[in-house]
Design a protein around this ligand. Structure first.
Ligand SMILES: Nc1ncnc2c1ncn2[C@@H]1O[C@H](COP(=O)(O)OP(=O)(O)O)[C@@H](O)[C@H]1O
Ligand SMILES: O=P(O)(O)OC[C@H](O)CO
Length: 497
């Protein structure tokens, strides 16, 4: 039997899963790692923590599965995207903490570039917003603030990478400096149309080209692991940003199919086929994957910064629940939120608003409001933000959504999934395997190493757990949406000054 090892390097934890050739989970390991918030607008990870936890998980998952490295046909990597690492080529040592995708320290620089009239051109080239979310301004910040970094970069001593590149470098003992087009497409430095680094953008963001990884196919053998790591060299045959990987793992292979992942944030991606569809409503156009069909696949994406993280805040910030899973019973103990609306713009608002100055807002409180109403409002906010994305996609002329496939930690919440179906007016489909990100990475690797022959094989492994049917009439939906729109207006631009 041949096996696949999927590495899922997420924002709050590293995971590894061993799948067999029929797509069944054989072994799993997960390790959380420290989140660092050195200032209100900063979020950092220690790149060494990322590496250590990821390698530990890989070894533990193999041990749990009772699988030896030589039995693994290929490794697939899925990773938190945009998070930026700068390291020294000679030693493989990171020069500074990784700047995480949620970090807003470069908001002012993005504003300066927008004021200089760059946003439209950047959008046309990259499909992205000029927002601190993406890697380019984070990398420029590192080059400007780490002592000697810019000179050393110019001399070719340093390497830049998103987390896929950082892992690949160390998995290969420093031999591979690579990324895939899906990850590259999140940097603000990559041209969606030429599928290569864009010289105009490199100049605009002041990035020396010598820092950049080589772009390879998302699915295809790109190298192998250092034999010292797992006891034998393992081919590496899949690379995907975690949201792209989840879209692949959800078998959203045909244009118009969409998935939403409810993790720390919410990420809704719709496959648009082999053409990049430009958004007029501030969604992102992104590369899905390459190397699967002759032409690359593209997606329209909406990214919400606070998804399941709202529930973490109820737990850690307010102490309303002890565990995230308890929020469902608390919210279900009241029939509605009693007029309470929470806009969780704790780190600004992502798509379709892109307002780094919006802040969290709790509205409609009365003497009767209690913890349960706030919990319910928090779940509604997650569903409302996702509905904003679907609405923007419809306004962009996307085919009406027939169904939404869901995954991620918070998709386990039945009440939230029912709210989502009610608010969208389409069925929400939850698969049995919620680890679709890791599964997608395994699928990219299985096809990349030739273990699987056709992408359609993925669909044969996708199994339904539960289908949530919409129950609200359109009028009720519109009413609820109108209240939400008013609440979002109150939250916007709050921290402008
Ligand atoms: N039953 C639940 N209801 C609502 N949210 C939940 C539930 N279980 C977990 N979560 C939330 O889901 C998130 C974890 O999901 P996960 O997919 O592991 O995230 P990530 O990959 O971003 O680290 C956390 O933010 C947590 O608060
Ligand atoms: O680690 P996740 O699952 O929260 O995903 C993070 C995204 O890739 C950020 O764009």
């Amino acid at each position: 039997m041949a096996y696949l090892l999927a590495l899922d390097q997420g924002t709050t934890s590293s995971r590894a899963i061993v799948f067999d050739a029929d797509g069944r989970v054989r072994g799993l390991a997960q390790q959380a790692f420290a989140q660092h918030f050195p200032a209100p607008d900063r979020v950092e990870h220690d790149p060494q923590d990322i590496l250590r936890t990821q390698l530990d998980c890989a070894r533990e998952a193999l041990a749990n599965a009772g699988v030896a490295a030589r039995e693994v046909a290929a490794i697939g990597i899925a990773n938190q995207r945009e998070t930026t690492v700068l390291w020294e080529r000679a030693s493989g040592r990171a020069l500074a903490p990784a700047i995480v995708w949620q970090d807003r320290r470069t908001a002012v620089e993005c504003e300066r570039l927008r004021a200089a009239g760059c946003a439209e051109d950047v959008r046309a080239r990259t499909g992205l917003e000029l927002d601190p979310y993406f890697s380019a301004t984070k990398l420029a910040w590192l080059l400007d603030h780490v002592p000697d970094a810019r000179v050393r970069a110019e001399r070719g001593e340093l390497a830049f990478g998103t987390i896929d590149s950082w892992l690949l470098w160390h998995l290969s003992g420093g031999r591979l400096h690579l990324t895939d087009a899906g990850n590259a497409a999140r940097t603000l430095l990559f041209n969606l149309h030429t599928l290569d680094w864009d010289p105009v953008l490199l100049k605009r963001f002041r990035i020396p080209p010598v820092l950049l990884p080589r772009v390879v196919a998302s699915s295809g053998v790109c190298g192998e692991t250092d034999p010292a790591l797992f006891g034998a060299a393992i081919p590496i045959a899949g690379i995907g940003g975690d949201q792209q990987a989840a879209t692949f793992g959800q078998a959203c292979l045909a244009p118009g199919m969409a998935k939403n992942t409810y993790g720390t944030g919410c990420f809704l991606l719709m496959n648009t086929g082999h053409v990049p569809v430009a958004s007029a409503h501030r969604l992102l156009t992104t590369v899905g994957w390459t190397g699967v069909d002759a032409a690359p696949s593209y997606a329209l994406e909406g990214s919400v910064f606070m998804g399941g993280a709202v529930v973490q805040w109820l737990r850690d910030g307010l102490g309303l629940v002890k565990r995230a899973s308890e929020v469902e019973a608390l919210a279900a103990s009241v029939p509605d939120s009693g007029g309470v609306v929470l806009v969780p713009a704790f780190t600004g608002l992502g798509a379709p608003y892109w307002d780094p100055h919006a802040r969290g807002t709790l509205l409609g409180l009365s003497r009767g409001s209690g913890a349960a109403h706030i919990a319910r409002a928090a779940l509604e906010a997650i569903a409302m933000q996702s509905a904003d994305l679907v609405q923007a996609m419809a306004r962009d002329g996307a085919a009406p959504l027939a169904e939404l496939r869901v995954d991620g930690g918070a998709a386990a919440n039945d009440l939230l999934m029912q709210m989502q179906a009610d608010l969208l007016g389409v069925p929400v489909l939850r698969p049995r395997l919620l680890e679709t990100t890791a599964f997608g990475a395994a699928c990219l690797a299985a096809l990349g190493c030739g273990l699987w022959k056709r992408p359609q094989e993925i669909a044969t492994h996708w199994q339904l757990d539960r289908r949530f049917e919409p129950r609200w009439p359109a009028a009720r939906r519109d009413e609820a949406r109108a209240v939400w729109v008013r609440a979002v207006e109150r939250a916007r631009a709050w921290a402008q000054d």
